[in-house]
Design a protein around this ligand. Sequence first.
Ligand SMILES: Cc1cc2nc3c(=O)[nH]c(=O)nc-3n(C[C@H](O)[C@H](O)[C@H](O)COP(=O)(O)OP(=O)(O)OC[C@H]3O[C@@H](n4cnc5c(N)ncnc54)[C@H](O)[C@@H]3O)c2cc1C
Length: 349
Amino acid sequence: MEKILVLLHTESDGSICRGGLESLNASLSVKTQLAESELVIGIVGNNVKSAVSNIAGCGAKSFVAVEGEQFDQPRYCTDAIAIESIMKAVKPSIIIAPATIRWNRVVPGAAYRVGAAADTHITGVLIKDGVLKASRWYYRQRIEALIHRTQRPWVLLIDSGVFKPYSGVPADAQIEILNVETPETAVQTRVIGYREPPVGHQTIRPDAKLLFVAGAGWTKKQADGKVHIEEAEKLILDFLNLTRASLGSSKSLVDIGSEGQAVLSFLSHLNQIGQTGSTPRHPKGLATCCHGEEPHTVGWRFINERRAINLDPNCGWARGKADVLYVADAFAVMRKVNELFSGSIGKKR
Ligand SMILES: Cc1cc2nc3c(=O)[nH]c(=O)nc-3n(C[C@H](O)[C@H](O)[C@H](O)COP(=O)(O)OP(=O)(O)OC[C@H]3O[C@@H](n4cnc5c(N)ncnc54)[C@H](O)[C@@H]3O)c2cc1C
């Protein structure tokens, strides 16, 4: 019989983040398929009561928490102590946790303290012949492996965006609060604030329905023999503001910036999609002024519907990489698209 521990942490406002709720749903599906398994929720943070009340109806057998001000902030030392204490109290065989920035840093280390095996970047869980298996990608999203382990405890850190988030009616739940000592040496690190990009420059939106990719073509000489960086910036930013799409980039475009050439000011390497960039999940994607070479398009693996705008009818997108290729000038197309969007939004208002 497997004893499943769902390991969560609260946010500073006392909620559980979307990734945490997704991991809870993943755990519930494992529990349903594994006969006689039981599910326990372990939670770390301050004011865990309100967080627990939102998931109280999930069918967990019990709720165990490490609570206190010192567990509010993400800090390796205190988080590791809290996780170790929960694992020792619950004695689970399977631990499922969200791959949040906070948990990714600390959960594998805490797992080591209790002799557990840990696997990160899990993108699926399934039961086959009564055995729990987990899937994850290797070699830059090119090989998908289905893994299982006989070692217990086994920790699985679930990537976000794979499962639907749990939602249930708030209810009361009994919470067992563990008495955990934190030595003074464990609280030397303090989070003194968060630095975020200025408002209006937040271009990466993982939940957006559309991924808009800008390629190096936006910075190249156009038909009139001139570059039009300012117009390119305006067209792209206007489109992002109108549609709330997420902005991706080709490697060439972000590299141009680091080589000192004119480049779109709001781009960084974080926007890069592809083999050496990210592999985001959006229902739709639109590539503009991007050639569609394999190292780039491999990052589109999880984009369901793909379109591209390129002047070159022989670009990579035309060779099976896109569902629709518009052989056209992206400046002209995006100008018209923005005009249509602002018109329709204006009418709605
Ligand atoms: C080991 C390795 C790893 C790599 N990893 C990545 C990666 O992670 N991500 C990545 O992106 N690349 C990666 N690359 C680089 C990749 O192979 C390409 O060089 C890169 O994707 C090209 O970027 P691009 O299409 O924006 O630029 P270009 O190849 O310069 O293409 C620009 C395109 O813009 C079009 N264009 C110009 N003006 C217009 C206009 N007005 N309207 C419409 N179209 C226009 C042109 O026709 C052209 O097709 C990697 C390469 C290697 C070797």
